[in-house]
Design a protein around this ligand. Structure first.
Ligand code: IPE
Ligand code: IPE
Ligand code: MG
Length: 252
C-alpha cells in the first residue's frame, strides 16, 4: 500500500473504532435512568452503522461492553445484557439484508448460553457478506486480548511448533482479535473523556485519535463526518518524516 492510496481513492479511513461513551450522562442530564441512555445509545448505533455502510467504510468496531463494565451495579449490567439480546434479535436480519458482516470480539464465555447462541447465529448468518464488517467488542479488554494471544503462542511452543526466536510483532498480531482485518485508522471516543479504557491496546498503535465531548446518543452522521474530516486533514507519518511521506518515496 503506498502513502497516497492508503485509504482508497477518497482517503476515508478503512477501519473506524469507537468508544461509545456518555449514555449514562445523557440520561442523567434529562433526569432519566441510565437505562434510557443505553436505549438511546442503540439508536445512535443504528444511524452510525448505516452511515458507515453508505460511506463504504470497510470496518467499524464498536466498544459495547468492557471487561471492566461488570463492576457496574447489577441491575445496570443485566439491563445491558437484555438490551444486547433484544438488539441482536431485532437487528441481525436487517444487517444481513444490507450485506453487513457481523463479528464479535471479547470473552463471550461470560455471557448467558442464550446470548452466546444469538452471537454465534448472527456471525454465521452474515459471515459471507461483503459489505461493512461490524465488529462488536463485548466483554472485551485490550489486555485480555493480548493474554489470550499469548496463551495460544505458549501452546504452540509447548507443542514444539514454535521457537522463542520466532516470536515477533507479526506473529503475536496473528493471534489477536481481528487479525484478519485492517488495523483501526481512526479511533473515536465520545463523551468527553480522553482515555483508551482498555480498548484495542495493541491494534491502536498507529490509529489517529479523535475525542469529542458529544455524548454517544447525540453522535450522529454529521458528528461522524466531522471526525472523518479531521482524520483526512492529518498527515500520517508512521515514523517517517513529513517530507518522506509527501515525496511518496516510501511504502506504508
Ligand atoms: C457507555 O456509556 C456505555 C457502556 C459503557 C456500556 P456509559 O454508561 O459509560 O455513560 P457514562 O460515561 O456513564 O455517561
Ligand atoms: C468504556 O467506557 C467502555 C465502553 C464504552 C463500552 P467506560 O465508561 O466504561 O470507561 P471508563 O470507566 O470511564 O474509563
Ligand atoms: Mg462511561
Amino acid at each position: 500500500m503506498s502513502a497516497d492510496d492508503s485509504n482508497k481513492d477518497n482517503n476515508n479511513p478503512r477501519h473506524i473504532a469507537i468508544i461509545m461513551d456518555g449514555n449514562g450522562r445523557w440520561a442523567q442530564k434529562r433526569h432519566m435512568p441510565r437505562t434510557i441512555g443505553h436505549q438511546a445509545g442503540v439508536k445512535a448505533v443504528r444511524k452510525i452503522v448505516e452511515h458507515c455502510a453508505r460511506q463504504e467504510i470497510e470496518v467499524l468496531t464498536l466498544f459495547a461492553f468492557s471487561s471492566e463494565n461488570w463492576r457496574r451495579p447489577e441491575d445496570e449490567v443485566s439491563t445491558l445484557m437484555s438490551l444486547f439480546m433484544a438488539t441482536l434479535q431485532r437487528e441481525v436480519s436487517k444487517l444481513h439484508r444490507n450485506g453487513i458482516r457481523l463479528r464479535f470480539i471479547g470473552d463471550r464465555a461470560a455471557f448467558s448460553d442464550n446470548l452466546q447462541d444469538k452471537i454465534a447465529e448472527g456471525e454465521a448468518l452474515t459471515c459471507e457478506n461483503k459489505g461493512l464488517t461490524l465488529v462488536v467488542a463485548a466483554n472485551y479488554g485490550g489486555r485480555w486480548d493480548i493474554c489470550q494471544a499469548l496463551r495460544k503462542v505458549a501452546e504452540k511452543m509447548l507443542a514444539g511448533e514454535l521457537k522463542n526466536y520466532e516470536i515477533d510483532e507479526k506473529l503475536i498480531t496473528q493471534y489477536l482479535s481481528i487479525a484478519d482485518l485492517p488495523e483501526p485508522d481512526l479511533f473515536i471516543r465520545t463523551g468527553g473523556e480522553q482515555r483508551v479504557s482498555n480498548f484495542l491496546l495493541w491494534q491502536l498503535a498507529y490509529a489517529e485519535l479523535y475525542f469529542t465531548a458529544t455524548l454517544w446518543p447525540d453522535f450522529d452522521q454529521n458528528s461522524l463526518d466531522e471526525a472523518i474530516k479531521s482524520f483526512k486533514s492529518r498527515q500520517r507519518r508512521f515514523g517517517y518524516t513529513g517530507e518522506q511521506v509527501l515525496g511518496k518515496s516510501i511504502t506504508l
